[in-house]
Design a protein around this ligand. Sequence first.
Ligand code: DI6
Ligand code: FE
Length: 414
Amino acid sequence: MLGAQVPDMSECDLVVVNVALATMRSGIPYGAVRDGALAVRGGRIAWAGARALLPRSLHAAVELDGKGGWLTPGLIDCHTHLVYAGSRAREFEQRLQGASYEDIARAGGGIVSTVCATRAASEADLLRASEPRLASLLAEGVTMVEIKSGYGLDLANELKLLRVARGLCAAHGVDVQTTLLAAHAIPPEYAGRGDDYITLVCDEIIPAAVRERLADAVDAYCETIAFSPAQVRRVFEAAQRERLPVKLHADQLSDLGGAALAAEFGARSADHLECSNAHGLEAMARAGTVAVLLPGAYYFLREQRPPPVAGLRAAGVAMAVATDCNPGTSPVTSVLLMLNMACTLFGLTPEEALSGVTCNAARALGASDRGRLEVGMQADLALWDVGDPAELAYALGANPLAGIVRRGNVLRWP
Ligand code: DI6
Ligand code: FE
């Protein structure tokens, strides 16, 4: 029972009162505790529950008044490509005039155009370009972010992107998980030689990223305009040799069996899934692979086929939601906007959407101590000036963030 965990509670660093908790524990909607309280000690949640049950013996150096708002776990954006240089606004115009995303990619534009700009950029340039994107996520209560490489596509430039991702997040004190996505597109110098490029990825880029401790996971783009299932398989085998977890951009524009392939390798997540088949969803459920839904890309590409949300629910697959922040298909730096789009475009409930950026996003990253307001979890908290947690998904363009606590440190409070 919430509030029943009462070990030695005497000294805490801080306690939050006059607040409703969206603990995100399963069982009741949002795991809500209306008149709640939450105590923090040593950067971790030491107590969470109904205020009436708060142990009398509890003393906290600091008492924070939540002013009647809602407290949620810090938000987690579990799929971004936010480190890149350049812009794809011209390509946006081309698409509005009728060119398809695939046409542009096949003509050597698309991802490859961002690769050229990114290769030409120094680490300092990339840091400067990426900082505002990270800053807008943080301004919406994000306390953990995943960042992929994938716009370098050679050894030096892929490592450069991962280094910038680590440096950026260290500078802002936000937790990052870096993902090596060298198998994002075939670089121009390997045109027509995709298998040779995959050999470079497997034999050189993955091992080097591991040696330099720059990658926490490995991703690949499984698509007709990118890499085949057979090529992805080689990448995943190489990742597994290095004991790195895998995830996959799967079945976004066509059904290549990506969901089942991800599940076969025990992927933490399979992302997009617009075109996934029922067999793939069942395989994901069995493997515990999280479905990461990316409504920004669906919207921006004006896709016609939403991901099979009913099928994911029926199969019991956990659903996360993320920005997919990238210059080509989702130039989005708002997690709150993604909550709204996950509801309006994909039919998630506001509660499912919030789970998607808290507990299920944590699962997608293998971050088992994040995403819930529970004893022992890292004390990453967001306070919202809302009367109902559904307002986070409901209000378009609003940002009701009122307070933020990261690892028990109060960064902002009303
Ligand atoms: N994520 C990706 O990596 C690609 N699509 C997606 O949703 C494309 C990124 C790009 O065009 O730059
Ligand atoms: Fe992506």
